[in-house]
Design a binder for this molecule. Sequence first.
Ligand SMILES: [Zn+2]
Length: 245
Amino acid sequence: MPKGIYKHIGRPLSESHKIKIGLANLGKKKSLEHRINMSKAQKGKKLSEETRKKISKALKGKMPKNLFQKGYTPWNKGIPMLEETKKKMSESRNGHIVTKETREKIRQGHLGIKFSEEHRKKLSGAKKGKYTGERASNWKGGLTSINHAIRNSLEYEEWRTKVFERDLYTCQDCGQIGGYLEADHIKTFSLYPELRFEVSNGKTLCKPCHKIKTREDLEQNWNEWYGKRNYGQFARLNVIGGIYG
Ligand SMILES: [Zn+2]
């Protein structure tokens, strides 16, 4: 028999026959080709309310709490995504802004994550006496909370709006119009406090372009910010590549 998907036609299968088929397939791994064919065969099909209820009942307690849970393999792993699907997904994300409510939900969700005793010990052991207080690589003399307050102030919001309006809500590096935009300080926020609310010192950037700019600022100003404290190259790469990225 040639390989492929065969629709069962004729008499409906008896319950015992279905169980037999199920048992015979237990533990068998389907080939990638087979899974692709199965996925194609299901395309565009809508499940009835009854079927969905059945599936949900059968999966109760078997589904992972999250997609990154150890040992969980997504059903579509290894199956190439159709170009059309990819396009649809990207379009639906374009200019997508996560609402405050959703962000709060995500945050709450993360709060619920509990690490194992062992993992927590590791975390606390790793931090002990190392990267806290003045020795922390991102320590800026306790300015973080002050900077945070400034960035959330009305004055700051007004400055940002003026920058956006002047730039017609367009990223000045790549030309993206609208979507998620940020106002960048051409001369940096921390080294030029007197220019923080100067509209001429502002520039509208989309998030990816702002990330690149921030990285460039960090590389340029590394010595002024961190050079006096004797951090190694590793810490520098960490800050430039990660925390502030
Ligand atoms: Zn951009």
